[in-house]
Design a protein around this ligand. Structure first.
Ligand SMILES: Cc1cc2nc3c(=O)[nH]c(=O)nc-3n(C[C@H](O)[C@H](O)[C@H](O)COP(=O)(O)O)c2cc1C
Length: 322
């Protein structure tokens, strides 16, 4: 199941592990690389650019295969030193960066001069077109189903993916709601060159997340996420819990960001993964929760997706075609 996306990034299967705050660490990303897919370390999970350099080195000790770094640029009152993180990525010699959150225009030339390919994640056709225009190498198009930031247009993948495929020529992977072989084949049929997954990889043995949270994900259904920050036009899809409900209630009744700042703090969210208390803070999860029924290793998951994709092609689709 090789696509031009595999050829561009030198990977075996057309699957990526998207950058995940607090979760995209060396163990998970190296496991993805060893399974033949492209994983992204989360740059901002590391407290400083120097720590990111060390994390990249740690990941290299665990795998010889390619992996990348995610750099998420979001509006922030105290922005992290993005340029220093960018420089750390360039100097570490990783082959690819996954940019997200903002227009990549000012970053693309710097990455390209440093020999780093840019995979830009965006949530609308117009942003995909703009990203292609400013020279990104590939696009990851994230539908309304996704964990994290789905944007404000609310267009699910079934329409967003083919619409984006019609509009751009660079390799494109589909993101948001993917977790199994059926999703992979659907994405390829819709015109994508592969899939990106976050939530599904969050529920694997190597994800640095407390077992109780993984058990909660297995129990959860597609009804168990919540959209927060809608009134602020900075929507995020997270696991529905006591905190997400409070945030929605406060903002819907006219509250401002200041009123929820403490509830949504990253420090509280990271404690969810460490303590295993799902109600401790905000943690991202997508609608694909409804398709997650176990906690496999990354290798088992990838192998299952590829094997089942082949049997769907050989059996179900073959029968339908004849
Ligand atoms: C726990 C978690 C943390 C995430 N953190 C980030 C992040 O820091 N930056 C980013 O670009 N995307 C982040 N994402 C989004 C993923 O990279 C990916 O785009 C998304 O999960 C795809 O949708 P899916 O969850 O339905 O597979 C996060 C997702 C999860 C589940």
């Amino acid at each position: 199941m090789r696509t031009r996306f595999c050829d561009m990034f030198g990977i075996e299967h057309p699957i990526t592990l998207g950058g995940m705050q607090w979760v995209g660490r060396a163990e998970l990303v190296a496991a993805a690389a060893e399974s033949g897919v492209l994983g992204f370390l989360s740059a901002l999970t590391q407290p400083s650019p120097e720590d990111l350099v060390k994390e990249i080195a740690r990941c290299r000790e665990m795998t010889d295969r390619p992996f990348g770094v995610n750099l998420t640029i979001l509006p922030s009152i105290n922005p992290p030193p993005y340029e220093e993180y960018r420089q750390a990525i360039v100097e570490s010699g990783v082959p690819v960066v996954e940019t997200a959150g903002a227009n990549p225009a000012e970053h693309v030339p710097v990455f390209h001069e440093g020999g780093v390919r840019v995979l830009h994640k965006c949530t609308s056709v117009r942003h995909a077109v703009k990203a292609q225009r400013v020279g990104v190498d590939a696009v990851s198009i994230d539908g309304f189903e996704c964990a994290g930031h789905p944007g404000e247009d609310d267009i699910p993948g079934l329409v967003l993916i083919p619409a984006a495929a019609n509009a751009i020529d660079v390799p494109m992977i589909a993101s948001g709601g993917f977790g199994d072989a059926r999703g992979l084949l659907a994405a390829l049929a819709l015109g994508a060159d592969g899939i990106n997954m976050g939530t599904r990889f969050l529920c694997t043995s190597e994800a640095p997340v407390h077992e109780r949270i993984k058990e909660q994900m297995v129990r959860a259904s597609e009804l168990d996420t919540e959209l927060i920050f809608r009134p602020l036009r900075n929507t995020a899809r997270v696991a529905r819990n006591a905190v997400s409900r409070d945030v929605v209630r406060i903002l819907d009744s006219g509250g401002a960001f200041e009123d929820v700042r403490e509830l949504v703090s990253g420090a509280r969210g990271s404690q969810v993964y460490e303590t295993g208390d799902p109600d401790h803070g905000i943690w991202s999860a997508g609608l694909v929760l409804g398709l997650i029924n176990d906690v496999p290793t990354v290798a088992e998951l990838v192998d299952r997706i590829i094997t089942e994709a082949h049997s769907i092609l050989d059996e179900r689709l073959n029968v339908l075609a004849n």
